[in-house]
Design a protein around this ligand. Structure first.
Ligand SMILES: NC(=O)C1=CN([C@@H]2O[C@H](COP(=O)(O)OP(=O)(O)OC[C@H]3O[C@@H](n4cnc5c(N)ncnc54)[C@H](OP(=O)(O)O)[C@@H]3O)[C@@H](O)[C@H]2O)C=CC1
Ligand SMILES: CCCCCC(=O)/C=C/[C@H]1[C@H](O)CC(=O)[C@@H]1CCCCCCC(=O)O
Length: 347
């Protein structure tokens, strides 16, 4: 069977901005003769995610991430449909997902490594399994629950950076559903800020490229900041932390502003910010969703109900075609997406 796949063509360098030319599209032949335990899947949707920037380096800097290899097929989150199976647990027509899905139009995979998912959980929007009812939604929900200490009736204000992105857009909505009285987003364009307020119900949004962040935070968070869902790190996060209340909580989800730099994860904080955290007794613990997968099933049910009932609104940016994987990844890293960046590979 003839397939198309994407391989790593070159590395951007630890201090480089990734470019589409770092990826290469190839035609390849797939032997569709299955061995025992294998299934043939057709790829429906692929995900591009910030952590992949670390996998472009020879040394990823994170123990749980393996580097992508030059001229080898790239992989990440994917969802697809079983076309034929020699695995007892998988049947033709099953919808399945996996974190290490090859960027390939069809693939032969071990059935035991695939998670079967039920389309009714997402009312047939199968791409949501890579976003709001998948790892992104889990990151937002479990991040808020495990590290946010959001408490109904506590009059808390939450700030979310990277707020119009995949995790941020869900995290802010969950902060509100779980009891925060004020939710303020920070994002990179006026259009994203408009969507946060008008479509997702954030109380306010700040365009970090155009506005004076300290002044706007003071104005929009008059009682200070109690919970900070941090997707970006760097100067934006330093500014937010300086305005946090005593006893506040930082949910250290990600630090995308630092991923094109040769720094460890998480990047070290300045003395000033460390002192602010310590003197105000603000928690800032590293959060990694994969450490909480024992809670995934019940959390996915909760997310599914919220999405189906419309209590959580889902934003997606969908690009068509495997040939656009590299463009979509590089665009997402620069803010080209609103909500979850998805690549549709087949119908
Ligand atoms: N801890 C965990 O278990 C997990 C952590 N993550 C982390 O969550 C974060 C968000 O991931 P995800 O939701 O998938 O991606 P997003 O959908 O949020 O896409 C990335 C966004 O980051 C913003 N961005 C890029 N560069 C900068 C910068 N220099 N400063 C500020 N914002 C920037 C852009 O939005 P804009 O237009 O606003 O600039 C862009 O749209 C990442 O840091 C990621 O590593 C993700 C999954 C799991
Ligand atoms: C080093 C920067 C990491 C910043 C945090 C982050 O983005 C984490 C993302 C992971 C999250 O826990 C869910 C995921 O899907 C991300 C990790 C995926 C791990 C796949 C491992 C693939 C491999 O290396 O073989």
């Amino acid at each position: 069977m003839q397939v198309q796949r994407v391989v790593l063509n070159s590395r951007p360098g630890k201090n480089g901005t990734p470019v589409p030319e770092n990826f290469r599209l190839e035609n390849s032949t797939l032997t569709a003769d299955l061995e025992d335990g294998e299934v043939l899947v057709r790829t429906l949707y692929l995900s591009v995610d910030p952590y992949m920037r670390c996998r472009m380096n020879e040394d990823t800097g994170a123990g749980y991430l393996t580097p992508w290899l030059l001229s080898e097929c790239v992989d990440g989150g994917g969802v697809g449909v079983v076309e034929s199976s020699r695995c007892a647990g998988c049947t033709k027509g099953d919808v399945v997902t996996n974190f290490n899905w090859p960027w390939q139009t069809h693939a032969v995979m071990k059935g035991s490594l695939l998670q079967k998912v039920h389309p009714q959980l997402v009312d047939g929007h199968l791409s949501y399994f890579l976003g709001a009812v998948g790892i992104t939604g889990l990151t937002a929900l479990l991040g808020v629950r495990e590290k946010g200490n959001v408490t109904k009736g506590a009059n808390q204000t939450m700030v979310v950076s990277g707020a119009a992105g995949a995790c941020g857009s869900i995290a802010g909505q969950i902060g509100r559903l779980d009891g925060c009285v004020r939710v303020v987003g920070i994002s990179g364009s006026d259009e994203k800020c408009r969507a946060l307020v008008e479509d997702l119900g954030f109380d306010a949004a700040i365009n970090y490229r155009q506005e004076d962040i300290p002044a706007r935070l003071k104005e929009r968070c008059p009682q200070g900041i109690d919970v900070y869902f941090d997707n970006v790190g760097g100067d934006i996060s330093d500014t937010v932390i300086k305005q946090m209340n005593t006893g506040g909580h930082v949910i250290l989800c990600g630090q995308i502003s630092q991923y094109n730099k040769d720094v460890p994860y998480p990047p070290p904080l300045s003395e000033e910010i460390q002192e602010a955290l310590q003197s105000k007794n603000i928690t800032r613990e590293r959060f990694m969703v994969l450490n909480y997968m024992n809670k995934a099933d019940s959390a996915l049910c909760e997310l599914s109900q919220w999405v189906k009932s419309g209590q959580i609104k889902v934003l997606e940016s969908v690009v068509d075609g495997i040939e656009n994987m590299g463009d979509a990844f590089c665009s997402m890293m620069k803010g080209g997406n609103t909500g979850k960046q998805i690549i549709k590979i087949s119908e």
